[in-house]
Write a protein that binds this ligand. Structure first.
Ligand code: NAD
Length: 451
């Protein structure tokens, strides 16, 4: 299959702009047509509410595809940068070269978006692609396989279903680019495999994304937006607020407002709400249930193993050495830690691995400047949570332990292409200064030209 994809890439077919535009049009059509199947697959895998399935998966991919479709002609034009005088007479061109045959590996939490949104970039840039969706979202994985195999030729796009073994077998192949979304732990496995073939890659990983609520924050808005961002997809979001750091005097009022918001969103018994997702499988249910014992439960805490249900839960200040404060939570449990001094709170954040996201709730510009100017993180929001992911024009990616590289919109096109610089020299004149034999006069002239 990979050999066939290589041959197809070498034929030059995927480099053609019209081919790429047509493939994007087709993907848009296929996804629109499959809308009901998408909702059904996501419901079966995660009991994902239809609204969430649209805004964070199907709708998001369609928006990204439409943006790429609209701009691809422009992005595909070579750039012609100006050159220093020393290069006269000549011109230069930077063209975006597709890598070739690429591998896309995706996780289970947004199983459609995280497989197909990178694919949009791969197609736009002119690659062939092998997609390996997550085996933990089997219905969505099967749907992706069906949609791609029924609508695209395998030498252009192929889907390989499977788990660790299948992924490792794929990773042993010399792909031209790897785009991996998943955990930091597996990211290291992927990077090691990529190193063996010197394959360039993007790593979109996870981590513990902090949420800071500073003294001037508008508490009603903060509570509403944190609760929304945290319990969307039952907290199984790479950029979900992992823990809240709040000014000590605001702890009580913030918790009360958050409790109120949870009730407003999901009712007295969130298990009955159609708007609240489930934990993906038993192993994750067990992992999350253990966290419930690691701090004082301020709200929620109920669970039902048979239904893979964990109530939206607020935990008060678990010990820094507890698993819930050491590991990425990735579920509907939110530790809330008070702080007396913002600088100390920022120091705590800085001493941890660099997170994928950070959220700051404040009304003060100097506080915003201080936080943004002193903490490094992949991306984030001021006065909101998780919403930056949906702004398709914003590059999305991590830093340090949360990964490297970025995508969405133009950045997806760039992620899957190499900026190839070519200098075009004219032959009608040949300034002799650079050629031996060198002389002090030549050196003087060069120094003058360079400045
Ligand atoms: P994961 O790392 O366990 O799995 C991701 C993919 O890797 C899957 O397709 C899986 O089949 C494969 N895989 C798993 N173990 C492997 C191994 N040993 N060798 C080779 N391949 C292997 O991640 P997950 O549990 O599916 O997803 C959750 C993680 O992904 C969280 O850490 C979350 O933060 C992160 N995530 C990041 C982003 C992002 O955009 N940065 C988005 C979603 C999820």
């Amino acid at each position: 299959m990979i050999q066939a994809q290589r041959e197809f890439f070498l034929s030059g077919a995927t480099r053609d702009l019209e081919f790429r535009l047509k493939a994007i049009d087709k993907l848009i059509k296929v996804l629109r047509f499959a809308e009901k199947d998408v909702y059904e697959a996501l419901r079966r895998d995660l009991r994902k509410p239809t609204f969430e399935a649209y805004v964070s998966e199907l709708g998001l991919i369609l928006e990204d595809l439409k943006l790429i479709r609209g701009q691809l002609r422009v992005w595909s034009q070579p750039e012609e940068p100006a050159l220093p005088l020393a290069f006269w007479p000549s011109s230069a061109q930077i063209t975006r070269e597709p890598y070739g045959t690429v591998l896309i590996i995706s996780p289970w939490n947004y199983p459609l978006d995280l497989a197909l949104s990178p694919l949009a970039g791969a197609i736009a840039a002119g690659n062939t692609a092998v997609i390996k969706p997550s085996e933990m979202a089997p219905h969505t994985s099967a749907l992706i396989k069906k949609l791609i195999s029924e609508n695209f030729s395998p030498e252009f796009l192929s889907v390989v279903e499977g788990g660790v073994e299948a992924t490792q077998e794929l990773l042993a192949q010399p792909f031209d680019y790897i785009f991996f979304t998943g955990s930091t732990r597996v990211g290291k496995v992927v990077m090691e495999a990529a190193a063996k073939n010197l394959t360039p890659l993007t790593l979109e990983l996870g981590g513990k994304s902090p949420c800071l609520v500073e003294a001037s924050a508008k508490l009603d808005k903060a509570a509403k937006r944190i609760v929304w961002g945290k319990f969307f997809n039952a907290g199984q979001t790479c950029i979900a607020p992992d823990y809240v750091l709040v000014e000590a005097k605001l702890l009580g009022p913030l918790v009360e407002k958050m409790k109120g918001q949870i009730r407003k969103f999901f009712g007295e018994n969130p298990q009955k709400s159609p708007d609240y997702a489930r934990i993906v499988n038993e192993a994750h249910f067990r992992r999350l249930s253990a966290y419930l014992k690691e701090g004082k439960i301020l709200s929620g805490g109920r669970s039902d193993a048979a239904d893979l249900y964990i109530e939206p839960t607020l935990l008060e200040a678990p010990a820094p050495s507890s698993a819930v404060m050491e590991e990425e939570i990735f579920g509907p449990i939110l530790p809330i830690l008070p702080f007396e001094d913002l600088d100390q709170a920022l120091d705590q954040v800085r001493r941890r691995p660099r997170p994928l996201a950070l959220y700051l709730f404040t009304e003060k510009a100097p506080v915003e400047a201080k936080v943004l100017g002193s903490v490094s993180f992949g991306g984030g929001c001021v006065n909101d949570a998780i919403a930056h992911f949906a702004a398709t024009d914003l590059p999305f990616g991590g830093i340090g332990a949360s990964g490297f590289g970025a995508y969405h919109g133009r950045k997806s096109f760039e992620a899957f292409s190499h900026p190839r610089s070519v200098l075009k020299r004219s032959t009608w004149v040949d300034v002799p200064v650079r050629y031996p034999p060198y002389s002090s006069a030549k050196l003087k002239l060069v120094k003058k030209l360079i400045g």
